[in-house]
Design a protein around this ligand. Structure first.
Ligand code: HEC
Ligand code: HEC
Ligand code: HEC
Ligand code: HEC
Length: 153
């Protein structure tokens, strides 16, 4: 009898270990899982409200049109016209809503341009790009190009 038990005693030990681990897993999961998890799907239902409560930092270009129609006008027909204002000016929702009275800083007249136009092997050949060191080694790009209508002609 004793001899037979020792034949499978090691299996029982491993099975007990697994059962213990499973029990611990279920207990810890139950303890840490928020109550509203899984109400709508495999996520915390309250996350929807959390996201809804976040204040947007970008206003979208439509928000700039009313007050800065002169800029909108000067961009007409330019290859920069399709670019959103905040791609260069950064997030300005607070400014556009009138909540922030401070005048927004103007974008850097060199670094801003280089960010998009420095020549890179990976860019499509048709995208306007320059070897910055050769094209304009120093100074503002805006001494020659208008940021809202960059073509020179
Ligand atoms: C409710 C009207 C209003 C809206 C909407 C608005 N602005 Fe303005 N903005 C102003 C006013 C007023 C000034 C201050 C002008 C001044 O003092 O010369 C200003 C100043 C600026 C300046 C600084 C101008 C300078 O001379 O240095 C920038 C840049 C600017 N706005 C960009 C934007 C962008 C981009 C948007 C859209 C996200 C936007 N604004 C939306 C009214 C507005
Ligand atoms: C390609 C980048 C770029 C885009 C897109 C862009 N801007 Fe500008 N903007 C600039 C830069 C750079 C300056 C600063 C020029 C300077 O200091 O000489 C500027 C200056 C301004 C100023 C200050 C006054 C002026 O007329 O120079 C306002 C206001 C302004 N932008 C609003 C806008 C609005 C509104 C839009 C979208 C309709 C827009 N910008 C889109 C780069 C951009
Ligand atoms: C957010 C990216 C971005 C920034 C920042 C930006 N550009 Fe552009 N630029 C573009 C795109 C996109 C085009 C048009 C590409 C097309 O039409 O295929 C363009 C076109 C141009 C052209 C060609 C114009 C023409 O009619 O041939 C010039 C010159 C230019 N940009 C200069 C500048 C200068 C100067 C600045 C800084 C004030 C600047 N860009 C900032 C994206 C950018
Ligand atoms: C001394 C004047 C001058 C300065 C400063 C200057 N450019 Fe130019 N840029 C030109 C001229 C001239 C052209 C050719 C005419 C055109 O394409 O409109 C040109 C063309 C371009 C083009 C179009 C290239 C193409 O393949 O269509 C881009 C992009 C450009 N410049 C970006 C810049 C950037 C970014 C800066 C700043 C680092 C800058 N430029 C500074 C004079 C200048």
């Amino acid at each position: 009898m004793d001899g037979r038990r020792s034949d499978y005693a090691h299996v029982v030990k491993v099975a007990c270990l697994f059962a213990l681990a499973l029990g611990a897993f279920v207990l810890i999961r139950w303890w840490f899982l928020p109550a509203d998890f899984g109400v709508h799907g495999f996520y915390r239902a309250g996350a929807l409200d959390d996201n809804r409560a976040r204040v947007p930092v970008y206003a979208g270009r439509a928000a700039c049109i009313d007050c800065h129609s002169d800029v909108v006008e000067s961009r007409k027909g330019s290859r920069h016209e399709p670019i959103g204002c905040e791609s260069c000016h950064g997030p300005l929702a607070a400014h556009a809503s009138g909540a922030d009275e401070t005048k927004p800083q103007r974008p850097d007249t060199r670094a801003t341009c280089i960010r998009c136009h420095a020549a890179r092997v990976g860019k499509p050949a048709g995208f306007p790009q320059v070897d910055v060191a050769d094209h304009a080694p120093e100074g503002a790009c805006t001494t020659c190009h208008q940021p809202h209508h960059p073509a020179i002609s």
